[in-house]
Design a protein around this ligand. Structure first.
Ligand SMILES: [Zn+2]
Length: 131
């Protein structure tokens, strides 16, 4: 498992937006990230610790403006946290299980077979194309 980087190290390697999203649970503007409409084959890794999180096979166009997936690459690669920041609309936040980086949220309105929609910030991800 990759060694975790300090906040000072992350400051140096991440853009301001990548840092704000992953470390301060920020949200990038909808339709702003190139990964939103990217469907080439490959693996999406955590931008902070490089853990593989999602495969292009599970990516779908949710028309919500953010990269969306219906499954993670495996069990326990992300952790779920109850997010009550919108009082009348509780959400489930997802974080990288390895380094605790904020990734986005998961909603129960995705397509089969899981019925889940992992709604992610492209800024939290790093795409590696299949070779
Ligand atoms: Zn991570």
């Amino acid at each position: 498992m990759a060694k975790l980087k300090t906040q000072a190290e992350l400051r140096k390697i991440l853009t301001d937006e990548q840092f704000n999203v992953t470390q301060n649970a920020g949200t990038e503007s909808p339709h702003s990230h190139k990964y939103n409409q990217q469907f080439s084959l490959g693996t999406y890794h955590c931008i902070c610790c490089d853990t593989a999180l999602f495969l292009s096979d599970t990516k779908f166009d949710a028309s919500c403006g953010w990269p969306s997936f219906f499954a993670t690459v495996g069990d326990n690669v992300v952790k779920e946290i109850e997010d009550l920041s919108y009082l009348n609309r509780p959400r489930t936040e997802i974080r990288c299980a390895n380094c605790d980086a904020h990734l986005g949220h998961v909603f129960p309105d995705g397509p089969p077979p899981t019925g889940l929609r992992y709604c992610l910030n492209g800024s939290a991800l790093n795409f590696t194309p299949n070779s």
